[in-house]
Write a protein that binds this ligand. Structure first.
Ligand code: PLP
Length: 396
């Protein structure tokens, strides 16, 4: 028997487990320390009342003979939620058929699982820095990975290089970790490149709900030609606080074909073989996000996080520290004060200010010298953390 030897090529220290170990070691040695976490991207606000009501109602329904639901009729997801999502896209002028929408248990699973549709011999193009799961999922499959540089010079929004060929291209906008968001022109360049190279774009829109600037696309399908080259992956995690509830969706357009095969049919086949569907109760909870009341409540939580981001940005402005993000995104990406490298700044921030952030280097080589803070903590803790941050930064 032979194992998948590609696993030998995965870097063994996963960013967040290393951070977790450092924080545990620090708190074990200093049990009195009040450590504030602005590191990991989990949310803190509770689920909205409309969502909880829908979930409870669905649970009660399952306890009745008439309302019981067993295996889902289609692994693609119940039509009522796919229609609600199609309507969400229609509000900004994107026409999708519910048959192009697949309900998932969150973006992370599908971002990895979609690779089943593509040969291991393809080349994946991944921005650096970016959400670490893209690289690992490709390394596990033995795929060749090339990087495109996201830097201060290009506003952390790299554009395609005609001299580099790629078959699979990852775009994350609004970006984790940099908070940078592509405009229409930039996305059009990627779509045109993908069409010219017969490539497929995997567009991660997990943070689209944070976009407030109406000129910025929230979906890749707002861009001409994207339905012929792009798959979009989205999530209720940050939009509606479903990080523990687990639900997302993936759009595979009917028009997306490669080598005479229809990718929508292939994904349907893949899901019906390897996925038994998202639970009914979760479908109903997610459906409630798109009701008038549910959406308003979810947007209130997003506004709360954005106010945290403004507090963070205000401190950085006062200190004259370079940063991106925080407006159309819950992430702030800053240059480490005092010219420190990102793990040294992580240690200083933890030990001297009792604040946890995420070292930029963990997101890729270009993240060295940068640091990510998230706006997902409470107002009080965010404000307190930024006072401590300021004191530390002035001392460096
Ligand atoms: N994509 C990006 C860019 C993320 O930052 C995250 C989570 O932090 C995910 C996907 C995963 O989202 P989900 O909770 O839907 O699996």
């Amino acid at each position: 028997m032979r194992i998948n030897a590609n696993y030998r090529n995965i870097k063994d220290s996963y960013l967040f487990s290393t951070i977790g170990q450092k924080v545990s070691a620090y708190t074990a040695a200093h049990p009195e320390a009040d450590v504030i976490r602005l590191g990991i991207g989990d949310v803190t606000r509770p689920l909205s009342p409309a969502v909880v009501d829908a979930m409870a109602k669905a649970a009660r329904e399952l306890g009745t003979a008439e309302g019981f639901h067993g295996y889902i009729p289609s692994e693609q997801g119940y039509l009522f939620l796919r229609e609600a999502i199609a309507d969400y896209y229609a509000r900004r002028g994107v026409t999708l058929s519910p048959d192009e929408i697949f309900i998932s248990d969150g973006a992370k699973s599908d971002l990895g699982n979609l690779l089943d549709l593509f040969d291991a011999d393809n080349t994946a193009l991944i921005p650096d820095p970016v959400y670490p799961a893209y690289v690992d999922a490709n390394v596990m499959a033995g795929r060749r990975v090339v990087y495109c540089d996201a830097t201060v010079e290009n506003g952390f929004l790299p554009l395609p290089d005609e001299g580099v060929h790629a078959d699979l291209i990852y775009i994350c906008s609004p970006n984790n970790p940099t908070g940078a968001v592509y405009g229409r022109e930039g996305l059009q360049k990627w779509v045109d490149y993908a069409l010219r190279h017969d490539a497929v774009l995997l567009f991660d829109a997990a943070y689209e709900a944070f976009i407030e600037d109406p000129s910025l696309p929230r979906s890749i399908y707002e861009v001409e030609g994207a339905e012929r080259c792009a798959i979009e992956v989205c999530s209720f995690s940050k939009m509606a606080g479903f990080t523990g509830t687990r639900c997302g969706w993936t759009v595979v357009p009917e028009a997306l074909e490669r080598e005479g095969m229809n990718l929508n049919r292939m994904w349907m086949r893949r899901q019906s073989t390897k996925y038994n569907g998202t639970p009914y109760v979760i479908h109903r909870a997610a459906e409630a996000v798109f009701t008038e009341e549910g959406y308003r409540q979810c947007m209130e939580s997003i506004a709360y996080y954005k106010q945290n981001a403004r507090i963070m940005a205000g401190t950085l402005d006062q200190l004259g520290i370079f940063y991106t993000g925080g407006v159309n995104s819950p992430y702030i990406w800053l240059r480490c004060p005092g010219g420190l490298d990102s793990w040294t700044f992580f240690d200083r921030l933890l030990e001297q200010a009792n604040v946890v952030g995420t070292p930029g280097e963990g997101f890729g080589a270009n993240g060295e010298g940068f640091f990510r803070l998230t706006a997902f903590n409470t107002r009080e803790k965010t404000a307190e953390a930024m006072q401590r941050f300021e004191r530390l930064a002035r001392s460096l």
